[in-house]
Design a protein around this ligand. Structure first.
Ligand SMILES: [Cu+2]
Length: 418
């Protein structure tokens, strides 16, 4: 490994070991104990010396406990790298998500079949969590449509608790709101309900269960992304709906907005951009009302740097910890959503890089121009646009800038490639 890569791997490995040791060896451990390195892993777990085991064995020789390859995830049934770029549009998406597109009364319907189920998921190497899931995964599948379409979700509850799907879109029918007080109410075990929502407004949105107690149903894992792409034809007709700007809109500005809409829309030019979904989440492993493990897309440090150097060959099964590789000459767009429970806010910070941010993704002009940190409350979301064309190839960290979230799993790298 090159120097920088081995340093990054060392950091990832150290933090992962510390987290895993603390969480897995003592079900009662609090996150304060994890951060302090006390109680479970002992004094050997503290500091960034590169020695992460209580027995003081150097990293390269450590056994890393009894699970799988060194510091790797055991379970291959969820791959955060695959999830990152997997958009279900009705035309295209995950094999295990039934979906289709059809016309009905002159409108386009994007139909998906989602179920709720209990599933044990792996949130850090060897650390399991009893999740409540949509489609057996956390986050649930990313649903994507174009503004104005109908999103139709056939929902089946295969779990013993009553669940719903509550959409964060502009929904004009109360019975489709997915709350216990309206329409069908909660969906009991074995029951089904078909939700229909208009895909509006354009933006980065989400869905989640709204059964009581709400914080448990959300924290257990029942959430996912809804992405609504702007319709360039509508933008041309109503440009004012997409800007926070009161002045006149000359034709050149209108054309610029239409082009921006095309670059955001998967049926036009969105493939020119490296699009990614990051759902910032956390897990309360001992159910004390405090999260012990944090991540973007569920798996702690999965976008860190593992032991394998991809420049030396292809990735192999078991190489579950690796940076997100991006091309220097291709812009990056992150649909960023915060679903964290128990903590009031979450955040996203890039090293050596500034980005444009679109709060809720509902505008075609950035709401924050040239920033390197944004924060989101629960259910807040937005679009992050990054350009690495000026940067030298290499590893660039990004993480929550609550430092403790970063140390407890929400720390990642982009690997910029020439
Ligand atoms: Cu629920």
């Amino acid at each position: 490994m090159t120097g920088k890569r081995s340093d990054a791997a060392e950091l990832t490995s150290h933090l992962t070991d510390r987290l895993v040791d603390a969480v897995s060896n003592d079900a009662e451990v609090s996150r304060r104990a994890v951060l302090g390195g006390i109680g479970v892993a002992g004094a050997g777990a503290v500091g960034l010396s590169g020695r992460s085991r209580a027995d003081d064995t150097p990293h390269d020789e450590a056994s890393h406990g009894g699970f799988g390859p060194v510091g790797e995830f055991d379970s291959t049934d969820f791959d955060p790298h695959e999830f990152l770029r997997e958009f279900n549009t009705g035309f295209d998406g995950a094999d295990d998500l039934p979906q289709r597109v059809y016309e009905r009364d002159g409108e386009r319907v994007r139909e998906f079949e989602l179920y709720a189920s209990l599933k044990t998921i792996e949130i850090a190497p060897g650390v399991e969590f009893p999740a409540w899931t949509y489609q057996g995964q956390v986050p649930g599948p990313t649903l994507r449509a174009t503004e104005g379409d109908i999103i139709r979700v056939k929902f089946q509850n295969r779990q013993s608790h009553p669940h719903t799907i509550h959409p964060h879109v502009k929904n004009v029918a109360p019975e489709m709101d997915g709350v216990p007080q309206n329409g069908p109410g909660v969906v009991e075990q074995g029951e089904e309900f078909v939700y229909e929502w208009r895909a509006q407004p354009a933006g980065c949105h989400l869905y989640h269960c709204h059964s009581m107690p709400l914080k448990e149903h959300v924290h257990r894992g029942l959430y996912g992304a809804i992405i609504v792409d702007p319709d360039p034809e509508r933008v041309a007709r109503n440009p004012r709906d997409y800007v926070n700007y009161q002045g006149p809109i000359p034709d050149s500005y209108r054309e610029d907005l239409v082009e921006r809409a095309e670059l955001r829309n998967h049926e036009y030019r969105a493939d020119e951009v490296d699009e990614q979904v990051m759902v910032m989440n956390g897990f309360d492993t001992n159910f004390d009302g405090d999260n012990e493990v944090y991540a973007a897309n569920t798996r702690a440090f999965a976008y860190g740097v593992g032991d394998t150097d991809p420049t030396e060959g292809e990735w192999e099964a078991g190489d579950t910890i690796r940076p997100i590789q991006v091309q220097r000459d291709q812009p990056v767009r992150v649909y960023l959503i915060n679903t964290i429970e128990f903590d009031p806010i979450n955040s996203f910070h890039t090293h050596s890089q500034f980005f444009d941010y679109y709060d809720h993704g509902t505008t075609l002009q950035p709401t924050h121009k040239t920033v390197d940190t944004v924060m989101q409350c629960q259910a807040q979301r937005g679009i992050v646009e990054l350009d690495y064309s000026d940067h030298e190839p290499g590893l660039y960290m990004f993480h929550a800038h609550q430092s403790e979230f970063a140390e407890l799993g929400w720390m990642s790298f982009f690997e910029v490639q020439a």
